[in-house]
Design a protein around this ligand. Sequence first.
Ligand code: PGA
Length: 253
Amino acid sequence: MTRSIKPLVAGNWKMNGLRAELAIAAEVARGYGAELRHAVDLAICPPATLHFAMTAALIGSRIATGGQDCSAQSSGAFTGEISAGMLSDAGATYAIVGHSERRTLHGETNATVKAKAEAAQKALLVPIVCVGETQAEREAGKALAVVKKQIRGSVPEGSTAATLVVAYEPVWAIGTGLTPTAADVAEMHAAIRAELGKALGKAAASGVRLLYGGSVKPSNAAELMNVAHVDGALVGGASLKAEDFLAIAKACA
Ligand code: PGA
């Protein structure tokens, strides 16, 4: 944790959720009482089809919503794409960009991710820029170098604490139940903060929220959140259960 930073816990629903699952968001809202609201910010990133309905269901709850991706383009002949402006119009505050599933399955490069992050910022959304090494890269001792390069290539110039969130998600920890050691997370988050300092200046970098993501659960959240420079969590699987998502939020508080 960084004392001066209010943590953010964001749920990434990925390609899960029909309208019936809006009840999960409503249950999270019921559990997000005054004390928790004071201590931690919450966001849910639903599939695009649910975005507007979810934002409506969360009115008054102070839970934000976010897209799981956005186009680098603002409008036009891009079949199937969703612009940052459209997400904003549907009530979004955030847009995840550069998730490892997008980088791997859709061939997104650092340059693509940066262009998407810039598009998000232009639409006044806060991009949650995801970075993280593969298992092979970690085993080869390249984790720090890979992630620093992703930071340099994916983060828009001029980003500030108010306009950027970064999520460190080791690819091998996503959906696997595996997590890095607290020492590894500490080393990586300190390196990310330092790299952001070089790119954005120390003052701006010191306030950027650095989330950890990858198999965050109620049972490991407190330990992960205790690590220096971990300012919240990006939660996949466990965000689909209101009880688990709230337990993680409490662990971050
Ligand atoms: P997980 O996913 O919590 O299910 O590991 C995290 C993510 O992909 O953001």
